[in-house]
Design a protein around this ligand. Structure first.
Ligand code: FAD
Ligand code: SF4
Length: 478
């Protein structure tokens, strides 16, 4: 398992480049953009790891995968061994290998990247490679669940937080049922993140594995409407409930004319495309605004905005504008996504903000007035505040607009669950160490606690909650 190369030799190997679909070709299809490393590339990339005494990469990983061990096993060609190491901490590695912001986590603190001359080990590429190798070869071995405990667990929401809790608790012998409001399972992994970044078949595969472990799923159930949290516990015999309903309530900008036809929230736009299969047009009737040959303006600078604008290109937009009020440096989206969007032909309009949406007599959007911005002093987020530039207004033609400026907590569960303490933004208050809420027997985690965050943080919260829910189920102590 020892890497035969000296440290100097390892440092001389250039970082692997992810093979990708050609930008022009991919902007016209929904197939995955990043194609994955080949085995020899993965081995060479893993050989760059310096086998550090104090592997800072592990501190940078929110679920503390033993990255150093993973690299050593890949370098030695033991890909299944490496996959097993990843699975010890991460139950959805093919997903996180694709969507985790590694550049802000493990790779940011990798010691190879410490000097400006070298780039960090491509930990995310390696993680994806081993997870795909394991899955595509049919090598995933599901552990046998512990004997049934007779305890019933309800999980509300089937995003990464809910799926993680369900997997962990079913392995411990508890009977878990996930209640999902939509007709498809997977949360943002299926309705938000598009096929070209995260193929739905991968998420489906993970859900099938949970089914094999005995997890039950009930779709089209809006907890708080169809059934309340109290009813689940008092009438349906659930011993504990985990709330993982995410942060899917769209926010708008409050600009005049924003209610016109043709102005969508990113949530609606992406859900229609992803769940109603507009991405498979013409095999499915396109149940959304016909973008072909049109001008589409997307507002925002995060992953959601990038996903929406790149989706509009794939639906045939003539001009796809990404309009953001700060500069590219302040964009919260992953660097790779910004780069991919630029390559595909998205037109970036930074330091620009809308002041008016204009419509025709039938109430459909036709034009947007925009205003240039300058950057002022930093605000509470630490980013420089955008300040409108007097007299800089100009108009663009727009047939549709997508607003991707953030989301909030869905209020239904908060409104229908007495004793559940919410913070001033409507998110559920839960103890960071245990994920316990103010209500006995009820736990919560993921975006509904933190506000919009990341897949890996939602999974981490699920894992923490599963531990303390198991403790509660076995001891009864609160
Ligand atoms: P969610 O994934 O939001 O799942 C919540 C589920 O609960 C949903 O299925 C919802 O339908 C269901 N639900 C809600 N209310 C109820 C109810 N009352 N009853 C029953 N079910 C209910 N993160 C990354 O790490 N990398 C990325 O590249 C990335 N890209 C993103 C792109 C987009 C477009 C979006 C929107 C988010 C992205 N994120 C990304 C963020 C990430 O997806 C979320 O942080 C993560 O999915 C949160 O997981 P969760 O389990 O808390 O909730
Ligand atoms: Fe390898 Fe980088 Fe982790 Fe060091 S910090 S063990 S070089 S991946």
């Amino acid at each position: 398992m020892t890497n035969p190369l000296t440290k100097k030799e390892r440092m001389r190997i250039p970082r692997a480049t992810m093979p990708e679909q050609d930008p022009q070709e991919r902007s016209g299809n929904f197939n995955e953009v990043a194609l994955g490393l080949m085995a020899e590339m993965a081995k060479q990339e893993a050989a760059r790891c310096l086998d550090c005494k104090d592997p800072t990469c592990i501190d940078g990983c929110p679920v503390r995968i033993d990255i150093k061990k993973m690299c050593a096993l890949v370098c030695a060609g033991d890909f299944l061994g490496a996959a097993a190491v990843v699975r010890e901490q991460n139950v959805l590695p093919a997903i996180t290998g694709r969507v985790c912001p590694q550049e802000d986590q493990c790779e940011k603190v990798c010691l190879v990247g410490k000097s400006k001359k070298h780039k960090p080990v491509a930990i995310g590429f390696i993680e994806r490679f081993v997870a795909d190798f394991e899955r595509e070869g049919g090598h995933i071995k599901l552990p046998t669940p512990a004997p049934a405990t007779g305890k019933k667990v309800a999980v509300v929401g089937s995003g990464p937080a809910g799926l993680t809790v369900a997997g962990d608790l079913s392995l411990l012998g508890h009977q878990v049922t996930i209640f999902e409001a939509l007709h498809e399972l997977g949360g943002v992994l299926v309705y938000g993140i598009p096929e070209f970044r995260l193929p739905k078949a991968i998420v489906k595969g993970e859900i099938n594995n949970l089914q094999k472990l005995g997890v039950r799923f009930e779709t089209d159930v809006v907890v708080g409407r169809t059934v309340t949290v109290d009813e689940l516990m008092q009438k349906e015999g659930y011993d504990t409930v985990f709330i993982a309903t995410g942060a899917g309530l769209p926010r708008f900008m409050g600009v005049q004319g924003e209610q016109l036809n043709g102005v969508y929230s990113a949530n609606e736009f992406l859900t229609r495309v992803n769940l109603m299969k507009a991405y498979a047009f013409p095999n499915y009737d396109e149940p959304i605004f016909d973008c072909r040959g049109k001008n589409i303006a997307v507002f925002g600078g995060g992953n959601t905005a990038m996903d929406a604008v790149r989706t509009s290109l794939r639906l045939g937009a003539k001009n796809a504008y990404l309009i953001y009020r700060r500069s590219e440096v302040e964009m919260p989206a992953r660097i790779d996504e910004i780069h991919h969007a630029e390559e595909e032909g998205v037109q970036f309009m930074t330091l620009t903000n809308p002041t008016f949406f204009h419509g025709d007599k039938r109430g459909w959007l036709t034009r947007i007035t925009l205003q240039k911005m300058d950057l002022g002093e930093p605000d509470s987020s630490g980013r420089r505040r955008p300040v409108p530039r007097e007299g800089s207004e100009f108009d663009i033609d727009a047939d549709a607009a997508v607003v991707a400026v953030g989301t909030g907590a869905n209020p239904i569960i908060g409104q229908t669950t007495p004793d559940l303490k919410l913070n001033r933004w409507g998110y559920i208050e839960a103890d960071e160490q245990t994920m316990r809420t103010s209500k006995k027997g009820v736990f919560a985690g993921g975006d509904i606690v933190t506000g919009g965050a990341t897949v890996i943080l939602a999974m981490g919260a699920g894992r923490t909650a599963a531990k303390s829910m198991h403790e509660y189920l076995t001891t009864g102590e609160w």
